[in-house]
Write a protein that binds this ligand. Structure first.
Ligand SMILES: *Cc1c(COP(=O)(O)O)cnc(C)c1O
Length: 414
């Protein structure tokens, strides 16, 4: 063996061995694959999602919780969320359809995102959804659509702030951006919406994603409170709802620590207690995706081949980047690092092997684990990739190379 093992990220809490096998929601991995009809398979543990929601409620009393559907739009998961979160944020007509299928009422939905299509705008207005305006031209289109439908559209403005969320894995605000209305243009646009007879719903600031630094998140929230107060005063309006964004991250890689939720809750709570008078009656919400569902998901794929090439071992699985693009390092990461990974069928065995875990796609990009220290695995074993609950199945090129989509299941419903 000429390889040296490379580190992997931490396996999330909530997963234990049962009869030597990885158990998800108390059921062995092989049993999940059998029940689902085969691998590759995403299993989402609803109990772990519920625990996250509970933790949020404890840390953020009085703050609303929205689920960002983009993170994972799996139907049963949306239905599970519907009874537990206060609202949903969508970014497409397809996500709206997924929520309608899960019986979520339009009045609990906010629709942000650039390039909204006319048909989606019309459907959103008809359903009573709050549209988050991303540009001046979009404001015209939405007001026209409301006039055609004979209803006052419910409108908020997504602000492109003049600051960034420091340390975010992906930044979506500050500088020039396709997202949101530049803050300096906001007061005039608010006045225009109100004058046109729209139902004014408030502001939305989303500065970035995958942030693990509590201090940076709080700083961005406090800056948001100041910004929306200043803009509301300038526009001469109050703010019924203020969506403060989110961006709460999870540890994927070696050395990353979980977000200190209490620190964010305390920091925001203090900021809210000192907020400007114009925000006295405002309802504040956070919109979270990844943090709620990411660590609750496991991607299971079966080892099809164990191959040796010039001193290195390859475990070739029946899944790949077409289901779990992010784990291959090709979804917004600069350097490829290893997601947490295990041999699910030998979960409590000692790591006595070093192997690359590769997918079945005919491209060198399809590497899910690089030089991992794992128990010796053979064809028929199951590989588990953790942190697969967000930006997995729906954020991967499932059509690439024709292997087809993965199966998905929501586990732990009792
Ligand atoms: C992507 C996105 C989210 C969700 O981000 P997470 O990192 O998954 O929490 C929330 N709001 C908006 C506007 C987004 O674009």
């Amino acid at each position: 063996m000429t390889q040296t093992a490379k580190p992997m990220g931490p396996i999330p809490q909530g997963f234990a061995a049962l009869d030597g096998e990885l158990a998800i929601a108390g059921v062995r991995a092989r049993e999940w694959v059998k029940r689902a009809g085969g691998a590759p398979l995403f299993v989402y543990d609803a109990g772990l999602v519920a625990a996250r929601i509970d933790a949020f409620r404890t840390a953020f009393p009085g703050v609303g919780l929205h689920y960002a559907v983009k993170a994972n739009p799996f139907g049963p998961l949306l239905a599970f969320m519907a009874g537990r979160v206060d609202g949903f944020d969508i970014a497409s007509g397809g996500e709206l359809a997924a929520l309608r299928a899960a019986d979520v009422s339009g009045t609990r939905i906010g629709f942000a995102g650039p390039g909204k299509r006319s048909a989606d705008i019309a459907a959103a207005i008809a359903a009573g959804i709050t549209l988050h305006i991303e540009s001046s031209h979009e404001a015209d289109r939405v007001l026209d659509a409301g006039a055609r439908a004979g209803v006052a559209p419910r409108l908020a403005i997504r602000i492109n702030p003049d600051f960034q969320l420091a340390g975010a894995g992906m930044r979506m605000g500050g500088g020039a951006a396709p997202f949101g209305v530049d803050s300096e243009q906001v007061p005039a646009l608010v006045r225009r919406l109100v004058a046109a007879g729209a139902e004014w719903r408030g502001f939305h600031v989303y500065a970035g994603s995958q942030a693990l630094d509590a201090g940076a998140i709080v700083a961005s929230q406090l800056a948001t409170l100041e910004l929306v107060a200043r803009l509301a005063e300038a526009a001469g309006v109050t703010v019924p709802v203020c969506n403060l964004g989110g961006g709460f991250g999870i540890p994927y890689f070696p050395g990353q620590q979980p977000l200190d939720l209490a620190a964010v809750g305390n920091g925001l709570g203090e900021g809210l207690s000192q907020r400007a008078a114009v925000l006295a009656e405002t309802r504040f919400v956070l919109e979270l995706g990844r943090w709620l569902v990411g660590e609750a998901g496991v991607y299971l794929a079966e080892v099809v081949d164990r191959k040796h090439s010039r001193g290195e071992t390859f475990l070739v699985v029946d899944g790949g980047l077409h289901h779990q693009l992010a784990a291959s390092g090709n979804f917004g990461s600069v350097i490829r690092r290893n997601y947490p990974c295990a041999i699910a069928t030998r979960f409590d065995a000692a790591a006595d092997d070093i192997a690359h875990v590769v997918g079945c796609l005919c491209t060198p990009l399809d590497r899910l684990g690089d030089a991992l220290a794992l128990p010796h695995a053979e064809p028929g074993d199951l590989v588990a990739l953790f942190c697969a609950g967000a930006y997995g199945a729906s954020a991967s090129p499932a059509a690439f190379l024709g292997h087809g989509p993965a199966r998905e299941v929501l586990a732990g419903l009792g």
